[in-house]
Design a protein around this ligand. Structure first.
Ligand code: AGP
Length: 588
């Protein structure tokens, strides 16, 4: 869950390019950072605890260099200190590495290296890689790197440099790594936004592959040593899409982008949608898998398939899916839903599904991501770069595609498209400054509370769970979502005078029941915030949303996203980089 980035080319400000690029990857990890660059004196390393986004370039000396690499860390092994921040050197500081992932057998390797006389400066698993390469150096840097990789267990993306070699080495197994091609210059990064300013031409490094970057990159299979030819892919994102622009945070920028992203998401090739719908119709069983917010999207979609397509699909949390492997067989269909396409738990679920002979389709935002490439077929949700840790525009784009698929399953694609286009235009009307101010006033009332609850039914039960995630991750207020009907089975005991409770009320067959649940809460003293197309007497505060029929989860989640954002800002939390969380969870 870290960001790594390297530059090699003709420019002489390599370290500055790397620092600026790392700022774009900060969403992947932000407890400390470091860079290594080549200078006449050897390899120089600069490390700091804290966010790289807060670094003022005037406070750091960066001599000219045309090769540099860096890392934005999210601690796994070893506490957050400068010593544990990457890059890590070997003994004589001739080899330096940065790493994303976990070296599962690091203790075993470390013990062996200590016996061989190596001494370690950090508590990290990464440092063993630099020492391990050193141990093999008699076969030359390139081969030593290859040898070291063979000994590592676990998922990784690694970059390495040697003081006396004009080469950058990179390797991947399970953690993303992409090469960007510029004019006589190359970039290697965990994610595309790091180098979007310079290049939109990319080469994807696949699992068990490494790159030797000299003047041009040479790709090899780590296991067999076989040379690999890579295709250059032009990507559809531009640098502006990955910038905050006039907005104070990415989260609010991305919330507002939902004016456009829903319409963009459903603007898919009809053949592709019908292909997936046919797969669902013909499957022995369909599983929708995702983690966190994507998992809640899967749950919402299972209700949409029931309602619209009269079809049973099984929503399963990514990390839980391997326990269902006993039911999976040839003919089963797994649809993986993910913004990043790199979530380790979802990737593992895909691996299990494939081993059992199931077909895998992914619904992802990041083109060329591991999930995209590991699937038999994939649909891109076209939300553009989502950089805030809290997923917003990707969530509603995923909901839109899955709703469309439900319609497509019963040959009602046109009707589905019409509904979603109308919903997109209603969202456009809803997202205005007055609406934001109205939610800000509510945030003022709620900011001092320790707990709040969200209730919903059917599709909006899933959105109640998603609402709780949004509120938890950025406002740090304890929030929980419940199915309205479940209250009386326990949770209602939590309600006392003034407890805020958000009721997601859709204009459908669940309306009367969810209103009754809200009344039950109110009669115990709860403060009812109604998210609904109509105002009801029982609401203490009304957040109006358009009536969107089967697209109600899309419109209902948006005011909660705004509320979570406003609460975060009021409480002086950074909504883009909430504590203890990273955008891409690439570890199990
Ligand atoms: C969303 O707000 C969360 N940060 C998180 O739950 C996220 O949805 C989850 O980690 C899955 O990520 P993915 O969509 O990239 O697979």
């Amino acid at each position: 869950m870290c960001g790594i980035f390297a530059y090699k080319g003709k420019r002489e400000n390599a370290s500055e390019i790397v620092i600026e690029g790392l700022k774009h990857l900060e969403y992947r990890g932000y407890d400390s950072w470091g860079i290594a660059y080549k200078s006449k004196a050897g390899i120089v390393v600069e490390k700091r605890v804290g966010k790289i986004g807060e670094l003022d370039l005037n406070t750091i000396q960066l001599p000219t260099s045309n090769t540099a690499m860096g890392h934005s860390r999210w601690a796994t092994h070893g506490t957050v200190t400068e010593e544990n921040a990457h890059p890590h050197f070997n003994e004589d500081q001739s080899i330096v590495v940065v790493h994303n992932g976990i070296v599962e057998n690091f203790q075993e390797l470390k013990n062996k290296l200590i016996k061989n006389g190596h001494t370690f400066k950090s508590e990290t698993d990464t440092e063993v890689i630099a020492h391990l390469i050193e141990d093999y150096m008699e076969v030359g840097f390139e081969n030593a790197f290859k040898q070291a990789l063979k000994e590592l267990k676990g998922r990784f993306a690694i970059l390495a440099m040697h003081r006396d070699e004009d080469k950058l080495m990179a390797a991947r197994r399970g953690s993303p790594l992409i090469v960007g091609k510029g004019k006589s210059e190359y970039f290697i990064a965990s994610d595309i936004p790091a180098f979007l300013e310079y290049s939109r031409e990319v080469m994807y490094i696949d699992d068990n592959q490494m790159v030797v970057l000299n003047d041009t990159p040479k790709f090899y299979n780590i296991e067999t040593g076989e040379k690999i030819t890579k295709r250059i892919v032009e990507i559809g994102w531009n640098a502006e899409m990955a910038e905050k622009g006039e907005h104070p945070h990415f989260m609010i920028k991305e919330i507002k982008e939902q004016k456009d992203t829903i319409a963009r998401a459903i603007n898919q090739n009809e053949k592709d949608i019908m292909k997936v719908a046919n797969e669902i119709n013909n499957a022995f069983g369909t599983y929708l898998i995702g983690c966190g917010t994507a998992g809640k999207v899967c749950l919402a979609a299972s209700y949409a398939f029931s309602e619209i397509a009269k079809k049973h699909v099984n929503p399963v949390v990514g990390s839980e899916f391997p326990s269902y492997k006993h039911f999976i067989k040839k003919g089963s269909l797994v649809i993986a839903v993910s913004q990043s396409g790199e979530t380790a738990d979802t990737l593992e679920a895909i691996e299990v599904a494939k081993q059992k002979g199931a077909k895998v389709i992914s619904i992802v935002n990041v083109e060329g991501s591991t999930m995209d490439r590991e699937s038999d077929f994939s649909i891109n949700i076209k939300a553009g770069p989502e950089k805030a840790v809290a997923s917003t525009k990707a969530t509603t784009a995923q909901l839109a595609i899955l709703t469309l698929l439900a319609y497509a399953c019963v040959d009602r694609l046109k009707e589905g498209r019409k509904l979603l286009i109308e919903t997109a235009s209603k969202i456009n009307d809803m997202l205005n400054p007055r609406y934001e101010q109205h939610i800000e006033k509510l945030a003022e009332k709620l900011r001092g509370h320790e707990s709040m609850y969200v209730i919903g039914r059917a599709m909006n039960y899933a959105m109640a769970l998603e609402s709780a995630i949004k509120l938890q991750e950025v406002s740090y207020i304890h929030a929980e979502g419940f199915a309205g009907g479940e209250l009386k089975h326990g949770p209602i005991a939590l309600i006392s005078k003034g407890t805020p409770c958000i009721a997601l009320v859709a204009n459908d067959e669940t309306k009367q029941d969810i209103l009754s649940n809200a009344i039950e809460i109110k009669s115990r003293g709860g403060y009812i915030i109604g998210v609904s197309p109509e105002n009801h007497e029982i609401f203490d505060y009304w957040l109006r949303v358009p009536d969107a029929g089967n697209a109600s989860p899309i419109v209902n989640i948006i005011p909660v996203q705004i509320l979570a954002y406003k609460l975060a800002v009021m409480k002086q939390n950074n909504p883009d980089m909430p504590r203890n969380l990273a955008k891409s969870v690439t570890v199990k």
